[in-house]
Design a protein around this ligand. Structure first.
Ligand code: ZN
Length: 203
């Protein structure tokens, strides 16, 4: 498509090769982060069941079993022992896209990708070279970002402690977040569709 469009001056976007490298890793990294912060955010998660792990292995033959399945199996074992893992910290947010900087280096899926730059004596953090580039092109625009994690640490979101922060965001622990199994969301889904979540159409 881009070859056909090149006569109009349309080129492949910058960093398209990075997106291609990450396409078989990104969704697993996101799900792992959702799982880590399920107690502190507004969504439910679950550890994929065996049938779901099998599906993921088939769809992502180069990455899933090598990098992500062991992590899910580890969390599953912890959960079965009654020691469900939740991350007690908060992730660094990218100053540009405001997404947690949870993704890995384009050429190394075992190392978190972090970039930083200094502007007017202040340090700013980014999830990728792309976000850093955009910031450096127009820093005045992006230094103004209201980043939730930074605000939480400054006490501007209900004060100290997770309980207060959840109250500030009007989140009811266990109802709005936490485990999907046994949640109102699961019951709604089953009531609306007559199916359990495993039958959901694959994304
Ligand atoms: Zn970013």
């Amino acid at each position: 498509l881009f070859e056909d469009l090149s006569r109009y001056g349309i080129r492949m976007p910058k960093y398209h090769e990075v997106a291609s490298k990450e396409k078989s890793r990104l969704s697993h990294e996101v799900w792992a982060t959702f799982y880590n912060f399920s107690h502190a955010a507004a969504f439910h998660t679950w550890v994929p069941e065996e049938s779901e792990l099998k599906w993921l292995s088939e769809k992502y033959p180069d990455t899933f079993d090598k990098h992500y399945r062991p992590r899910f199996e580890h969390w599953d074992a912890l959960q079965k022992e009654g020691k469900r893992w939740s991350n007690p910290g908060l992730p660094m947010l990218c100053q540009l896209c405001q997404v947690p900087a949870i993704f890995t280096e384009p050429d190394d899926p075992t190392t978190t990708c972090l970039r930083e730059t200094t502007y007017h004596g202040m340090k700013y953090h980014f999830c990728s070279d792309g976000c850093k580039d955009i910031f450096e092109n127009e820093p005045e625009k992006y230094v103004q970002s209201w980043l939730p994690v930074h605000q939480i640490f400054q006490g501007n979101c209900g004060g100290e402690g997770l309980d207060n922060v959840l109250k500030y965001y009007n989140l009811v622990p266990g109802q709005d977040n936490g485990e999907y199994m046994g949640s109102q969301d699961q019951m709604n889904w089953e009531q609306w569709t007559g199916r359990d979540h495993k039958d959901a159409p694959a994304a």
